[in-house]
Design a protein around this ligand. Structure first.
Ligand code: SF4
Length: 203
């Protein structure tokens, strides 16, 4: 399915071109899950009217590029999630970036020692907005079993976490579940206003 975008006056039009094997039910199903989308199958060329927020959130939530912050054993499960068996690319999140400037979701997988914590924070700060964080596993969420002087008791002491995944370690399916919860959260965000709040307030 290909999506094209066209701006005319104040309105935004999205043009959908169906690929071989896709039916109009694909679009009807999409319009049912995303309430701000309206679809009229009778219009030649398949045109969708929607809100800018809904369109931006839809694109963002289906193209999350992870910054894999693998710090300990949970990272093995993170790697497994991108294998063909679990296939994280079904959610558009297979593009693991090792450069913060190209990533928009940091997956903290493993024990965050104080020695590593500031490096994690620095990489988070280098990621451009909008960005999200998944704390994968007990260690990243709360320090796990390491109630010790050397371990940060949860990465949320340093950076804001959007989704926590329990387990020691969580299986790849749990990561995919966390990813879907993050997608759901992004779909409810106020994309334009939250992003440009300072700009809008200054007008
Ligand atoms: S939660 Fe368990 S598996 Fe994950 S990094 Fe900590 S000790 Fe390892």
């Amino acid at each position: 399915m290909a999506v094209g975008c066209n701006r005319t006056g104040g309105a935004v039009f999205f043009k959908i071109r169906l690929a071989a094997g896709e039916s109009e039910n694909t679009l009807v199903g999409m319009s049912n899950t995303l309430s701000p989308v309206a679809y009229d199958a009778k219009i030649e060329g398949n045109v969708i009217f929607t809100q800018v927020d809904a369109a931006i959130n839809w694109m963002r939530s289906n193209s999350l590029w992870p910054m894999p912050m693998g710090l300990a054993c949970c990272a093995i499960e993170l790697m497994a999630a991108s294998s063909s068996r679990f296939d994280i690319s079904r959610f558009g999140a297979e593009v693991m970036r090792f450069s913060p400037r190209q990533a928009d979701v940091m997956i903290v997988a493993g024990t965050v020692t104080y020695k590593m914590a500031l490096a994690v924070k620095r990489i988070w700060d280098q990621m451009p907005e909008p960005k999200w964080c998944i704390a994968m596993g007990a260690c990243a969420s709360s320090g796990g079993m390491y109630r010790s002087y050397a371990v940060l008791q949860g990465i949320d002491h340093l950076i804001p976490v959007d989704v926590y995944i329990s387990g020691c370690p969580p299986r790849p399916e749990a990561l995919l579940d966390g990813l879907m919860r993050l997608q759901k959260k992004i779909m409810g965000e106020n994309a334009v206003q939250d992003q440009k709040r300072e700009l809008l307030e200054s007008i």
